[in-house]
Design a protein around this ligand. Structure first.
Ligand code: NAP
Length: 250
């Protein structure tokens, strides 16, 4: 069955992406759940979504790789139909360290995974959604981070800088395609309970830092997903080039 609303969620299998895939499916979207290596997490999420009456496909693709991104969108074209929402969410960070300990390899890996990937998926999305190319319009939502504002000193300045690039991408692309039926907006989560913090070497990071959050707690992936969904929906029809901070007041 082909549904009229189709969303791609990059890194849609775990954390914020999984909550986003689940929410869009519950609202009747056909969802493409993209992931990179953890097939089991993607398969389990897909089972849950279909058990609840939703429609989804799971597609393994490294979104930092141009060829794999092109193939990812071709699968969506074939199996779900024309994409109407792209959620650029897949992202990584590495072990906490100071800048003087960062190698070029690490910095390039962070930027290709967190920045090049967003450019490539936006490119493929614009080619399909822009009225300039015969599309019906749509929405792109970029998942940036509060780190773009804090700079993440002593933890991961590389990661923070990659998110700063996403804020600039959001601004520039939103203006480029505003007259072509595509709205481009951005969410900037703060400290959210996901497995990502373990990749930085500190699984309990949110608990350690929660006392500095004005709301006195970390956020849940579902709270970020709601904002992403709103930015994709017609309820935010006059919003483009905007940033929604979901950081509990930080
Ligand atoms: P997460 O739990 O670590 O999940 C990351 C997801 O991205 C997984 O589905 C992973 O796939 C996928 N992924 C990573 N690299 C990929 C690639 N090259 N190609 C395709 N998929 C890839 O992360 P999260 O905490 O939900 O973070 C999601 C987004 O929110 C990221 O952009 C992150 O920077 C941002 N963010 C998170 C927080 C936070 O506190 N958690 C705060 C601010 C912003 P596999 O499972 O296959 O590895």
């Amino acid at each position: 069955m082909s549904r009229s609303k189709v969303v791609l969620v990059t890194g849609g299998s775990r954390g914020i992406g999984a909550a986003t895939s689940t929410l869009f499916a519950a609202h009747g979207y056909a969802v493409c759940i993209n992931y990179k290596s953890n097939a089991l997490a993607a398969e389990n999420l897909a089972l849950e979504i279909t058990a609840n009456g939703g429609q989804c496909i799971i597609v393994q693709a490294d979104v930092s790789d141009e060829h794999e991104v092109v193939q990812l969108f071709e699968r969506i074209d074939r199996e779900l139909g024309q994409v109407s929402v792209v959620v650029n969410n897949a992202g990584i960070l590495r072990q906490q360290c100071r800048l003087e300990d960062m190698t070029a390899d690490r910095i390039n890996t962070i930027f290709s995974n967190n920045v090049t990937s967003y450019f490539l998926c936006s490119r493929e999305g614009v080619k399909r959604m822009s009225t300039r190319h015969g599309g019906k319009g749509g929405a792109i939502i970029n998942v940036s981070s509060g780190a773009a504002r804090s700079g993440s000193p002593n933890e991961y300045v590389d990661y923070a800088a990659s998110k700063g690039a996403i804020d600039t991408l959001t601004k520039g692309l939103s203006l480029e395609v505003a007259s072509e039926g595509i709205r481009v907006n951005c969410v900037r989560p703060g400290l959210i309970h996901t497995e990502m913090h373990a990749d930085g070497g500190e699984p309990e990071r949110v608990e350690r830092l929660k006392s500095i959050i004005p709301l006195q707690r970390g956020g849940e992936p579902e709270e970020v997903a709601e904002a992403i969904y709103w930015l994709a929906s017609e309820k935010s029809s006059f919003s483009t080039g905007n940033f929604l901070d979901l950081a509990g007041g930080l």
